[in-house]
Design a protein around this ligand. Sequence first.
Ligand SMILES: Cc1cc2nc3c(=O)[nH]c(=O)nc-3n(C[C@H](O)[C@H](O)[C@H](O)COP(=O)(O)OP(=O)(O)OC[C@H]3O[C@@H](n4cnc5c(N)ncnc54)[C@H](O)[C@@H]3O)c2cc1C
Length: 373
Amino acid sequence: MTERIETVVVGGGLMGSATAWQLAKRGREVTLLEQFGQLHKIGASHGTTRNFNVGYVEEHYLALVKEAGRLWRELEADADVSVLNLLGMTNHGKGVPAQHVEVLRAHGISAQWLSVDEARERWSGINFDTKILFTPDGGRLDPSTAIPAFQATTEKFGGHVRHETPVLKVAETANGQVEVVTDSVTYLADQVVVTVGGWTNKFIGGQLSYPRLYVTQEQPAHFAINNEAATWPSFNHRRIIGDPQYDYWYSDIYGMLTPGEGIKAGWHGVGIHVDPDNRSFQYEPMMMRALQRYAREYLPGVDPEQFTDISCTYTMSSDEAFILDRRGPFILGAGFSGQGAKFTPAIGRVLADFVTESKARPIPQFAAGRFIA
Ligand SMILES: Cc1cc2nc3c(=O)[nH]c(=O)nc-3n(C[C@H](O)[C@H](O)[C@H](O)COP(=O)(O)OP(=O)(O)OC[C@H]3O[C@@H](n4cnc5c(N)ncnc54)[C@H](O)[C@@H]3O)c2cc1C
């Protein structure tokens, strides 16, 4: 059976769900197809916390995170839920750029330096090692509330959401439309939005050219809190490569409080390379021991011996920048490199623009052809 439809979105993680929400809200015909159940734990968008770090220096990320801040509130209003908690974000460590506060203030983002003593006064659970860049408009967001909210409002605005519906293939037709084949239905659509995370290379790699992508299995952990009274900001701890103080570090560290689960902390983008359909979901012991050592040295508010590991995938692009672009009937959203969640509703807006705005052009840093002269 063939069903005619304007747009099919493949992939019901954060990015596909946000795109479907944007299209349905604009009154466009859209069906979202997800191979697994709504809040499965096999991709990159599960769990109840992600950092909403506004502390970027690049123009294109600063514009996108500010827009995302507004659009998260719009989703919350549409779905009558709470997703974004602006409890403050701290960036510390020798790797924090000196001119950071000025850059943020120039973009209308509130930021200040705190001394180590001031910060320890406020947040006794963290052992800050340098002065701290504090952004009160940073915090954390909850994907496990966001995804159902995006999908419920997609349906509220007239779109359709199908779970347990793997897309077997997509193929451009002679007249420039696209066939989207599932077990039960073949959709004939004007365009398909491909937001399949770690499955991107397997799903569309043979049909589109884009910057190299690889998938890693990341292994942060929740550490048990040993002082329930302590308050916690979201945090990034940024090293200087080659500085002996950070010699056992695998990468910069990110973390936040996950209510009811403990303090999440993790290395960034250094997990083993995996096939998303053939993963161990087991953590690599050496890397976990180094994370426990980090907790011992820098998180006095937790018990480094008591932890629960998390297994999750990053889809890394070679420059860690996103791919947000259109090629014929294919619209691609990929390569979120472990930093996409905070930007989600704005990424949904960018991808939906490729459907509704004939003049839509890729943000140069996110263009699929950015490496091709
Ligand atoms: C451990 C961890 C910590 C993170 N921390 C942060 C953070 O603090 N701040 C931040 O901003 N970002 C963070 N991120 C990054 C963020 O979570 C991701 O960028 C985001 O979740 C990517 O969403 P996605 O929709 O692209 O991918 P996914 O959630 O993986 O969605 C892709 C979906 O496509 C589906 N799919 C694949 N193939 C098919 C098919 N053939 N048919 C139908 N469906 C298909 C999959 O089942 C999946 O549901 C973190 C990520 C991880 C893993």
